[in-house]
Design a protein around this ligand. Structure first.
Ligand code: ASP
Length: 338
């Protein structure tokens, strides 16, 4: 009896002890760590930007189920909007620059921090595949313009005309005024960025775009730039961007989101803080009237988040629990504010 009472007392004290310690640690790094460790999120998780992310997620998930590597799943996933002429912001059918040329940017990164990227690539429908080839088959991380194209051709890619009749018409219409004031959420903000955490908890990401419509010939945005349009650190998390590339480059957007997660901000908090920073740095800037930026993020625990400057941005999320669906992204400014 005595023994039993002593045992119960010990257990009770033990319980008090743990909760007291947790109370003392509350808000401290240690308490947050305890909370993070205890939260179980079923992996894999895929998150992609915009509505075309749904079809991309679907394909990437299928590939993962069939045993493809995460990078191959990303390539196949974002390859869907790249090949879709109805998607006017990525790959084939992308809106051209002001000279009527479709120029493409893409990058990819794995959990070992290997990356490959192409920028200002013309005539090749799937820049994400070329980016993966840069990662796999070259000693470099980035190839641009004619060099990127020559590399693609040497890898067996075929040159194609990527300017669809619809995009040509839109360009001709634009030429009449030739004014570069991108329309928020329509003309310059539809890059597909995809982040994946696999079953083993490893992170990867990819990003592909035709960039801002009616840009100057030779302009490269954030999307192919590791640290701006995409970044990940497999110890911490991954982040990717969409929106006005100039603003994302100025602030090293995706790298900063990852650094904020390293400081134990949640993916949502990290995305929000960077959007706030971009807003503060641009509120008196000439780009402000058409500035839109949005981020998606995924941490090592499989928690995801997003945030944008203006309403209208959304993302597609796929996990085991809820399947593939669109999620609304919280914004700093709602539609009636702009
Ligand atoms: N970030 C891309 C760029 O500036 C545009 C986009 O997200 O659609 O090129």
């Amino acid at each position: 009896m005595f023994k039993r009472r002593k045992f119960i007392k010990k257990v009770a004290l033990g319980t008090v002890g743990v909760s007291t310690i947790l109370a003392c640690l509350d808000n401290s790094k240690e308490a947050k760590k305890v909370a993070m460790v205890s939260k179980k999120i079923k992996k894999p998780v895929i998150i992609s930007t915009w509505r075309h992310g749904l079809a991309a997620n679907e394909e990437a998930w299928k590939q993962l189920e069939n045993g493809a590597s995460t990078l191959d799943a990303i390539v196949a996933g974002v390859g869907i909007p790249e090949a879709d002429p109805k998607v006017s912001s990525v790959g084939y059918g992308g809106l051209p620059d002001r000279e009527g040329k479709v120029t493409l940017d893409a990058c990819i990164m794995d959990h070992h921090s290997n990356c490959g990227s192409v920028a200002f690539l013309q005539g090749i429908k799937h820049p994400i595949v070329v980016a993966k080839k840069v990662l796999d088959n070259t000693p470099h991380t980035m190839l641009v313009g004619e060099g990127a194209k020559q590399f693609a051709l040497s890898e067996g890619f075929v040159e194609e005309n990527l300017l669809t009749e619809k995009s040509k018409q839109a360009w001709r219409k634009w030429l009449k005024k030739s004014k570069y004031t991108p329309v928020i959420n329509i003309e310059n903000h539809d890059t597909i960025s995809m982040l994946v955490i696999d079953e083993a908890g490893n992170l990867s990401g990819g990003c592909t775009t035709s960039g801002a419509a009616w840009k100057m010939h030779g302009r490269v945005g954030d999307s192919p730039i590791i640290g701006a349009g995409l970044f990940l650190d497999n110890d911490v998390g991954a982040a990717a961007a969409t929106g006005l590339g100039e603003a994302i480059i100025r602030t090293a957007g995706s790298a900063m989101v990852v650094e904020l997660m390293r400081q134990e901000k949640s993916p949502n908090e990290a995305c929000k803080e960077i959007v706030e920073r971009i807003y503060n740095k641009h509120k008196n800037h000439k780009d402000m009237p058409y500035l839109q930026v949005g981020f998606i993020a995924l941490n090592k625990q499989g928690e995801y988040g997003s945030y944008s400057l203006r309403g209208g941005f959304n993302c597609a999320v796929y996990d085991k629990e809820k399947g593939n669906r669109m999620e609304k992204v919280t914004a700093r400014m709602t539609r009636k504010d702009f």
